[in-house]
Design a protein around this ligand. Sequence first.
Ligand code: PLP
Length: 477
Amino acid sequence: MEANQFREFGKEMIDYVANYLENIRDRRVLPTVEPGYLRPLIPDNAPDKPDKWEDIMKDIERVIMPGVTHWHSPRFHAYYPTANSYPAIVADILSGAIACIGFTWIASPACTELEVVMLDWLGKMLGLPEVFLACSGGKGGGVIQGTASEATLVALLGAKARAIDRVKKEKPEMSDTEIVGKLVGYTSSQSHSSVERAGLLGGVKLRSLQPDDNNKLSGETLEKAIQEDLEAGLIPFYAVATLGTTSSCTFDRLDEIGPVCNENNVWLHVDAAYAGSAFICPEYRYLMKGIERADSFNFNPHKWMLVNFDCSAMWLKDPSWLVNAFNVDPLYLKHEQQGSAPDYRHWQIPLGRRFRSLKLWFVLRLFGIENIQAHIRKQISLAKYFESLVRSDERFEITEEVIMGLVCFRLKSSNEINETLLKRINGRGVIHLVPSKIKDVYFLRVAVCSRITEEPDMEISWKEVKEAANDVLSKTA
Ligand code: PLP
């Protein structure tokens, strides 16, 4: 493709994208295709001769869109949001053009340096303690990981390296293998499945602790588990606290958990994948009280802060535990400035990394902090509005306090009736929800996901829920 064709194709695509996003309400949120729908729509082999870009444009509606779940429709309330904004899309075009692989500083200095500064901007916006920021001049600093799952794993590996180092100093006779066999980490049964997975991938035991009656992990429960394990000769080394759990957006008792971790040499990782974006609004920072006790903190601007996937921001008080643990230094990756700026390849699992900080830079500049705060506040107020609609119907109950943009609710009835209700709602095809279950109570989740959601959208969603409920209840009466 020549540059002139690229210009035409690119302009046409920008128009298509703007039209798609502006008219997304008109599309059915969940596709109706069956598995295998796509293969018959395209040839069995790649073309020998080039296709025309105009034909590709035509195929987007014919081949792709019938199989797209429209995550940015205001009718989409499943999981948690994934962010989307025009500045981030444009930044990704530039990132695609530069197409560097910024594994070391010299591999593209701007890629590393913008990331360092953006993580400082972002950390300041959240009110993170200075020790986490590169601009403090201390050891701390931030990095963009692909996902929160990677951040949890990377933190676990740093914690593992730190624990091995500490135990070896105290008991030089112990081998690495013996130490690793005794390591034990902690999390709540409400934490995201990626925490359990990090334990499996990291080859260490992780205990899943029971949260309290409010579904929060408490300091007392953690302390008790650590003491039991110490008495059994194990080595507590890592704990994950969640701020905004996936099932119900509940906040673990960070202010109690932090001191317990610090007193017991346990690395505390804080997973705020979804809710962390809200901390840019000062009125929500009470929810991260005690963050200064953490060793690492992570949230996903790609969930709720208008930066398209993938952009998971992670800060570490002392990244040297990762840098040293993951440091393999082949000659071809060395460079003369080594040590004077981060070589991010040591802070992550893969070697290659995209120029992701461009998306942050564009979004922060083109929205400004005030508009991003307004976006968060609006989405929370839309959730509260939906909560008020649910509360106005006495057939329903709210099952978890609504703090962020998530409403958990159910019919005051059996799990089976609520399962039928969810099937009915999703089957009608106007809105899309997913359920969850805590302590054997099945409930429905409405997350405010789309950037363009307004009150009338929430009213449409509520009408859908109510009509489906009428239907289900009339058949069971
Ligand atoms: N942690 C929490 C609390 C989440 O809610 C999620 C996803 O929703 C994750 C981790 C996983 O995020 P990612 O897809 O970025 O790994």
